[in-house]
Design a binder for this molecule. Structure first.
Ligand SMILES: Nc1ncnc2c1ncn2[C@@H]1O[C@H](COP(=O)(O)OP(=O)(O)O)[C@@H](O)[C@H]1O
Ligand SMILES: O=P(O)(O)OC[C@H]1O[C@](O)(COP(=O)(O)O)[C@@H](O)[C@@H]1O
Length: 306
């Protein structure tokens, strides 16, 4: 079974407007509300691929009800811990004709008693399970919370996937995560360097492998992705033709597509292909993609060995 953990789920309030003018009243031309947060997006796409999974994490308030309700409506198995105070956050995604701006909320305080409940859920995981830790760690939890969770399951051979940024990601590498998926900007930020060539990316991708990551998937938005696989091979995927509607969740969709592809074939090349199709399908859709949208793109993905 695959378990996703979203410590700080959100309602993604996605709006379109022609232009965003700071300091003025701005009015939107379209608006949509989606259940969001990286682990939750991974669960939604795994579900589209027919891979059974359970979404874990913390929710609270009326916003939490919306998140849980909309996942249930889509048939996604959830086992969220409900907090008695505060509200799950609202993340605003503003798409104009030229830019995408994001304003992400804070989220509720998570008391220690509730954290203990999450550890009790993790107690049940075995070597047959995959744990996906994705997204930021809320300000009220310690920065080393992902390390703590990995430490908690490490003796049981659970496969762990981490999609997080900067130190959150660097610090978990000693626990040998099965997969990490930084984007090219995050790699540059992590190492405090400017990346201008594929060689640069490969150099830092290999550095992440040396530090402990088993598979490093580097996404590059509209420029595709590079996989430095555990078997020593390096693959590059293209992006299919299409019109970008909302790239929020593209990275999470890529992670889910990769996991689904690997579960189905045990082949890294196929995993990358399904990951790339899932990422682009979400970029070309206003919500996270459907199975039909993903399958329509799979044949357009070209995976090349570097
Ligand atoms: N503009 C785009 N056009 C086509 N595919 C895209 C686009 N943006 C993202 N994707 C697909 O989604 C994947 C992940 O996107 P990316 O933006 O790099 O992730 P993140 O959201 O984590 O920053 C890309 O590698 C690509 O396959
Ligand atoms: O936990 P974080 O880093 O604040 O990110 C949460 C946001 O990330 C998303 O999961 C989208 O992530 P990506 O665009 O990186 O795939 C949104 O649904 C959510 O609002």
């Amino acid at each position: 079974m695959i378990y996703t953990v979203t410590l700080n789920p959100s309602i993604d309030y996605v709006v379109n407007m022609e232009q965003l003018v700071e300091g003025m009243v701005n009015r939107v031309s379209t608006e949509h509300f989606y259940a969001g947060g990286k682990g939750i997006n991974v669960s939604q796409i795994l579900n589209q691929h027919g891979i059974s999974n359970r979404a874990l994490g913390f929710i609270s308030g009326f916003t939490g009800n919306f998140i849980e309700g909309s996942l249930k409506e889509k048939g996604i198995d959830t086992d969220f811990i409900r907090l008695s105070e505060g509200y799950s956050r609202i993340n605003m995604k503003i798409k104009t004709t030229t830019d995408e701006t994001e304003i992400n909320g804070m989220g509720p305080h998570i008391p220690k008693t509730e954290i203990d409940k999450l550890y009790r859920q993790l107690d049940l995981l075995t070597a047959d399970d995959t744990l996906v830790l994705a997204g930021s760690i809320p300000a009220t939890l310690p920065d080393d919370f992902y390390e703590k969770m990995m430490e908690h399951v490490q003796d049981r051979g659970v496969k762990v996937v981490v999609d997080a940024t900067k130190n959150l990601l660097l610090n978990v590498l000693t626990y040998r995560p099965f997969l990490i998926k930084p984007n090219h900007h995050e790699i540059a930020e992590m190492f405090g360097v400017t990346i201008s060539t594929t060689e640069d990316l490969l150099q830092y991708g290999n550095r992440l492998k040396d530090m402990g990551a088993r598979n490093v998937l580097i996404s590059m938005g509209g420029d595709g992705a590079i996989l430095l696989a555990e078997n020593g091979e390096v693959y590059r995927s293209n992006v299919p033709k299409g019109v970008v509607k909302n790239s929020v969740g593209a990275g999470d969709s890529m992670v889910a597509g990769f996991i689904a592809g690997y579960e189905k074939t045990q082949c890294y090349e196929q995993a990358l292909r399904l990951g790339a199709a899932s990422g682009s399908a979400t970029a070309f859709s206003s919500d996270v993609a459907t199975a039909e949208e993903i399958l329509a793109l799979v044949k357009e993905i070209v995976v090349q060995k570097l």
